[in-house]
Design a protein around this ligand. Sequence first.
Ligand SMILES: [Fe+2]
Ligand SMILES: [Fe+2]
Length: 330
Amino acid sequence: MTDIDAVLQPCDRVRISVLDENYIDMLMPDTKSVKRMGMSRHFDARSGTPLAENGIALLIEVELRGRVSRILLDAGLTSGVVLHNAALLGIDLAEVDHVVLSHGHPDHFGGIDGVLRAIGHPVPVVVHPEAFDPRYINHPSGDIMRFINLNLTKDSLEAAGGRLVLNRAPLTIAPGVMVSGPIRRTVDFEEDKPRGRVVVRDGEVIPDPIGDYQSLIIHLRGSGLIVLDMCGHAGVINSLLHAREISGVEQIYALMGGFHLGHAGVTQRTVDLTVDRLAEFGMQHISPMHCSGMRTQMAVATSLPDAFVHMTVGSVISYDADALLAATGS
Ligand SMILES: [Fe+2]
Ligand SMILES: [Fe+2]
């Protein structure tokens, strides 16, 4: 399949800024494609220091023929951290055109009300309708972790300025940008067994498959897809296969997000199988973040050192279609 057959129109430029993430590292230098808030700014009392937490939020700027669309993908665990880091990065959230919530877990939606208020104008919020169904976690250890999404309500989102776009299918929200809809799960080693996770749906209490989970897919002209898989609940390989299928674009250039392999009970075999399959896609950038776990970060860094990019709080990565085409001599 070629780009000409693509369902998803290609864009010219993409910039992704990390507003919220589990990891912070002020010592890493800039690279050709990644700019970071370095040590000098960190120690400068006038600018302040960025913050990390167990959450994730990305600002995505996509340009086609000089027109820029700005999308906020997830809202971290707390709005305080997201707004603080956005200010340090010089990002004006009032310019956001679209908000997307990958799923109804607090480390992704927790900051949403405060962030919508900071955006300050009515803005579409794309979210699968099942994200609002009450979900409970009965933790095997006995730790209390019950009704975990009680702060995500349609009323509160609308009161904060959100205009709900409840999707159960792929949705194109900007030139070159598509929300995946529910992800088909076919890879056997990524089969998810909900342990203690239940959801109340239509009055029934059922095991929670996190069926509201969605990724964001961007098509960069000449290079292929950039897949943002924020918490890996459908399996990261399933996400990549699904992105190819619904976009009509075969080549995947980059993968970023939480691979959900950092939890107790995830075996080394699953990590190894995942990294082996990641290698088959021939991606140029792979960034395991958030819930990927140190073991998976190390496995990707070791097995695919040229592709591994450590994205931390304050990292900003840029992709320019023409520059990449020139670099490959195409
Ligand atoms: Fe999650
Ligand atoms: Fe998560």
